[in-house]
Design a binder for this molecule. Structure first.
Ligand SMILES: [Fe+2]
Length: 433
C-alpha cells in the first residue's frame, strides 16, 4: 500500500538547517487527502515533529498528488529519520543536513543532464543510476532535460516524472534521500522567443511539470523564477541559471543588484542548460539565446575567483572547455569571443588553469556534430551512446570534477582535474575546527 508513495528530497536555501521532503502519491483512492510528515534525529527518543504537507494535483495524470513538507531549524551535519503519514499507511525515510564547515569529510555532488526519459533516444536503463549512487553523493544536480517534452503538460508526458521517481531516483538513495536541485532545460520549461530576450516579462515561469514538482529553485528569490543561488556553510555555492525561461538580462540584474554570489566560499558552481561554450550546434535561434547568455553572465562569473568550474547540457556532447576568463583589452590573436561588442570585455583562454573556468558538458543522446573550437579542450561525438555524468568533490583544499561514463570498462575516458584553492583556509575556520 505504501509503495504508492514516491518520496524525494529537494535541496533548500540553507542545506545545513533545512530540506524539502516531498512525495508523489500514486494511490488515487487517497492521493488528494491531507498528508503529513513527522521526523526526529535518527536513533533518539526525541518527540516527533509533525508538519502538514502542502499538496498539488499532478497535472493530467491518473489522479496522483504531489505533497511537500519544508523542514527548517534542523541541526547541521545531523542524520534524521522521518515518516510520511497518509490515510492508510506510512513510509519511512531518512535524510541528513550538511555540515556548516568542511573539515571532516568531502562534499560530493553528482551532476547529470539530458537523459530525456520518454524519448526514443533516452536513458532507459535505470540501473545505470547505481554507478552514480556508488559515489555516495550528498546532492544530485540535474542540468536540464530530464523528461522529454515535459514542458508541455499532457497525458502523454505525465508518466515521465512518475517513472523518474519510481525507477531512477530511488537508485541514488542508499537509506537516505539525496536532495535534488535542477537548472531547467527546454524540456522542463520551453524556450523563450529570441525576439523577446530583452523583455523581462517575456515568459511566465508557470508551465511544465517541473514547476509542480520542484519548489526549491523558485523559492530562492522573491520573483519565484527558476534561477537562484544556494550557499552551503562557508564552503560551497551553487549558481542555478535558467537559460531557457528567464532572460539573461534579468539574471545579470539579479546578480548585480542582489549580489547572490559570496566571495567567502571555497568554490562556486554555475549550472546552465545552455552552455557558454557549446561543443556543437542546435539552431540559429539557439545561438542567439546563447549569445545573450554569454554576453550577460560570463563576465561576472570570470570576475569571481571562487568560480572554478561550470556545468552545462543541451548540446548532448561530452565536452570539456579550456579554462576561460575575461580580459578588458581586445586580444591580439584570433582566439577570443567579444562580449557585447567588447563592452563586457573578451572571453579568452586563461593563462593558467587556476585562473580560468573549465566548463563540462554532458551527453546522453548523440544527435549533433561536434565542433572544433579554440575554447574546447575536448568534445567528442563517437561512441556517445554511452551516457555521462560528473562527480564533483569539494574538500578543504580542492574542488575536483570527474567526467564519468556509466560503462566502467571505458576507464580511459574519465577526465579528471584538481584545482588548489586560492582562498586562505585559515579565514574559513578550518584551523582548530
Ligand atoms: Fe537535451
Amino acid at each position: 500500500m505504501t509503495n504508492n508513495l514516491l518520496p524525494y528530497a529537494q535541496l533548500a536555501e540553507d542545506p545545513t538547517s533545512e530540506i524539502y521532503i516531498s512525495w508523489i502519491d500514486t494511490d488515487t483512492s487517497r492521493s488528494d487527502h491531507d498528508q503529513s510528515f513527522e521526523y526526529r534525529k535518527k536513533g533518539t527518543d526525541d518527540d516527533w515533529e509533525e508538519i502538514e504537507a502542502d499538496k498539488t494535483e499532478y497535472p493530467l495524470g491518473d489522479g496522483e498528488y504531489i505533497h511537500e513538507a519544508h523542514l527548517t531549524s534542523l541541526d547541521s551535519d545531523t542524520e534524521y529519520e522521518g515518516t510520511i503519514i497518509c490515510e492508510d499507511g506510512f513510509k519511512s525515510v531518512e535524510f541528513y543536513t550538511l555540515p556548516s564547515r568542511l573539515w571532516r569529510r568531502d562534499l560530493v555532488i553528482a551532476n547529470q543532464s539530458d537523459i530525456h526519459i520518454l524519448s526514443s533516444v533516452s536513458m532507459d536503463d535505470s540501473s545505470e543510476m547505481d554507478d552514480i549512487a556508488a559515489h555516495d553523493p550528498d546532492i544530485y544536480l540535474f542540468t536540464g532535460d530530464l523528461v522529454h517534452r515535459a514542458d508541455e503538460m499532457d497525458s502523454d508526458r505525465a508518466p515521465g516524472w512518475i517513472e523518474w521517481f519510481e525507477d531512477y531516483y530511488p537508485r541514488l538513495n542508499d537509506s537516505q534521500l539525496v536532495p535534488m536541485i535542477m537548472s531547467v532545460g527546454n524540456h522542463e520549461v520551453g524556450e523563450i522567443n529570441t525576439n523577446e530576450l530583452e523583455n523581462p516579462e517575456a515568459q511566465d515561469p508557470e508551465h511544465g511539470y517541473y514547476q509542480k514538482i520542484f519548489s526549491n529553485v523558485p523559492d530562492l528569490q522573491a520573483e519565484g523564477k527558476n534561477f537562484g543561488s544556494v550557499k552551503i556553510g562557508n564552503y560551497f555555492q551553487f549558481l542555478i541559471i535558467d537559460s531557457m525561461s528567464a532572460t539573461p538580462i534579468e539574471q545579470r540584474e539579479w546578480i548585480d543588484n542582489t549580489n547572490p554570489l559570496s566571495d567567502n566560499v571555497l568554490a562556486t558552481l554555475p549550472s546552465t542548460h545552455q552552455p557558454f561554450t557549446p561543443g556543437g550546434q542546435r539552431s540559429s535561434d539557439d545561438e542567439t539565446r546563447r549569445d545573450y547568455l554569454r554576453d550577460e553572465l560570463v563576465r561576472p562569473l570570470a570576475k569571481n575567483p571562487t568560480v572554478k568550474f561550470a556545468v552545462s547540457g543541451h548540446i548532448h556532447l561530452e565536452k570539456r572547455s579550456v579554462p576561460w576568463t575575461v580580459v578588458d583589452e581586445e586580444p591580439s590573436g584570433s582566439d577570443y569571443i567579444e562580449l557585447k561588442d567588447g563592452q563586457e570585455g573578451y572571453m579568452v583562454e586563461a593563462e593558467s588553469e587556476e585562473e580560468g573556468i573549465t566548463e563540462f558538458g554532458d551527453g546522453y543522446r548523440n544527435l549533433r556534430d561536434s565542433w572544433s573550437q579554440w575554447y574546447l579542450e575536448y568534445a567528442m561525438d563517437d561512441g556517445m551512446s554511452n551516457a555521462q555524468y560528473e562527480i564533483i568533490k569539494v574538500d578543504k583544499d580542492n574542488v575536483e570534477v570527474m567526467a564519468k561514463r556509466f560503462n566502467s570498462s571505458r576507464e580511459d575516458k574519465i577526465e579528471k582535474k584538481s584545482f588548489p584553492m586560492r582562498t586562505n583556509t585559515n579565514q574559513l575556520g578550518f584551523i582548530g575546527g
